[in-house]
Ligand binder design. Structure first.
Ligand code: FAD
Length: 246
């Protein structure tokens, strides 16, 4: 069988059925999509989704949140924003519906040629491409050391909490550090109260010298992480970022 995860593919526009949905948090849902023409993608890439909403054509980008090792379908995970258009539509879409998707897109990609260590920095819904990278490495049992630092306001906002926790307990090469910015007391190892700051970041990634660093989230988060990494003397060539803005 072809290893689809290693193939770069041109974006294809096509119909895709929503075969299942799963609630992740109170404002976030995962949609499992089965495209008419299965296609290959690389961990970290995204698709666009097009729909007619209130008589207007709306197109938005969503990172693929499942690993390309799962070949028959792909998943996207959508957080409904405060003033939503597409994100509300996708949070309410019934199973069995069809969506027009196009992809894969993007150069925020990790592949086994890249490195044997990787640092992933995410906030909020910015976890989606990072979860795919972790899942891909674990599914393929690659000898790659992963350190994920994930920031959310509270525990009930953490997307993929159960699976990330389970992986961190079962895979010795996966370190999961959770930052809860609005929780005053955090009683768990590898979970911190407050934001990712320069001191914590420097300490947690000290074993990851020369590892590429992938940052994903809203612009404020991405910019502040970049600033801290620069203060820590990290070579900017190691840093890859995916900035989301509406
Ligand atoms: C490459 C890429 C990948 C993306 N992947 C994902 C993904 O996996 N999951 C996901 O939920 N979103 C993702 N986004 C964001 C997504 O494309 C939309 O911007 C988001 O769903 C809001 O669209 P909307 O039509 O509901 O709101 P809009 O009508 O476009 O805007 C509503 C408001 O929400 C703000 N906003 C936009 N995105 C967010 C956000 N993520 N959190 C908080 N506020 C926001 C905007 O600044 C705007 O003020 C991605 C964006 C890019 C560029």
């Amino acid at each position: 069988m072809t290893d689809h995860s290693r193939v770069k593919q041109k974006p294809v526009e096509q119909l895709s059925r929503v075969v299942a949905t799963r609630r992740e948090t109170n404002d976030t849902k995962t949609l499992r999509l089965r495209p008419e023409i299965p296609f290959a993608w690389l961990p970290g890439q995204f698709i666009t989704v097009r729909a007619i909403i209130d008589n207007k054509r709306v197109t938005r980008a969503y990172s693929i949140s499942s690993s390309p090792t799962k070949r028959e379908w792909l998943e996207i995970t959508v957080r409904q924003t405060a003033t939503p258009t597409m994100s509300k539509y996708l949070n309410e879409i019934p199973e069995g519906s069809e969506l027009i998707i196009k992809g894969p897109y993007g150069r925020f990609i990790w592949s086994e040629e890249v490195s044997d260590k990787v640092v992933l920095l995410g906030a909020g819904s910015g976890i989606t491409p990072l979860k795919t990278i972790v899942e891909y490495i674990l599914d393929k049992q690659l000898r790659v050391k992963i350190n994920l630092l994930y920031s959310c306001p509270r525990l009930d906002n953490v997307i993929f909490y159960d699976i990330l926790k389970k992986w961190s307990e079962s895979a010795s090469n996966f370190e999961f550090n959770l930052f809860l910015t609005q929780e005053k007391h955090v009683n768990s190892e590898n979970a911190f109260s407050g934001r990712i700051n320069r001191e914590r970041l420097g300490k947690l990634i000290s074993d990851y010298e020369e590892a590429p660093i992938y940052i994903c989230g809203m612009p404020g988060f991405v910019e502040s992480m970049q600033e801290m990494l620069s203060d820590l003397g990290i070579n900017p060539r190691l840093v890859r970022r995916e900035k989301w803005s509406g």
